[in-house]
Design a protein. Structure first.
Length: 160
């Protein structure tokens, strides 16, 4: 017996531009966490006024649907396997996260020396044999955002 297809119904229209903006914000937040500044930037072109956007963002924070601390924690956890604390802190600042939230998120990431060792092992695997090789490996790790002190510990073989 052939399957019966249901007719397509039109999507319901939002009641007001404010609810349309809220739906857009919820769709963005359903995909992934966003910082307040990031979400404001994405929604700014769709808002009728800055006050409407500010009210929506305040409501989302009150309902705990939007949280800079949660965004920072999640973002740092995902990126910490490849980058050092300096780079992660810079990325969080660029996305509008405050210093307190960034510091708390970085504290959850674990030992920076162990992460640096993993990144270095994956890329190089062997200690440098000459000064040129050492400088190249240091530049790579510094670009990834690892502190100079951390890199020195790695090359010195310190396990602390």
């Amino acid at each position: 017996m052939p399957r019966r297809r249901l007719p397509l119904l039109p999507r319901p229209m939002p009641e007001s531009p404010a609810s349309d903006l809220r739906l857009r914000a919820l769709r963005l937040l359903a995909r992934r966490e966003h910082s307040r500044a990031e979400l404001a930037r994405k929604l700014a072109t769709h808002a009728e006024s800055a006050e409407q956007l500010e009210m929506l963002l305040n409501a989302l924070q009150t309902e705990r649907l939007l949280s800079d601390a949660r965004y920072a924690s999640q973002r740092a956890a995902v990126r910490s396997a490849r980058f050092g604390n300096a780079r992660l802190r810079q990325e969080l600042r660029a996305s509008g996260v405050g210093d307190d939230e960034a510091a708390a998120a970085l504290a959850e990431c674990g030992d920076e020396i162990a992460r640096c060792r993993q990144v270095w092992q994956k890329k190089f695997g062997a200690l440098p044999v000459n000064a040129e090789d050492r400088a190249r490996q240091q530049r790579f790790l510094q670009y990834r955002g690892f502190a100079s002190e951390t890199i020195r510990h790695l090359f010195a073989g310190d396990d602390e």
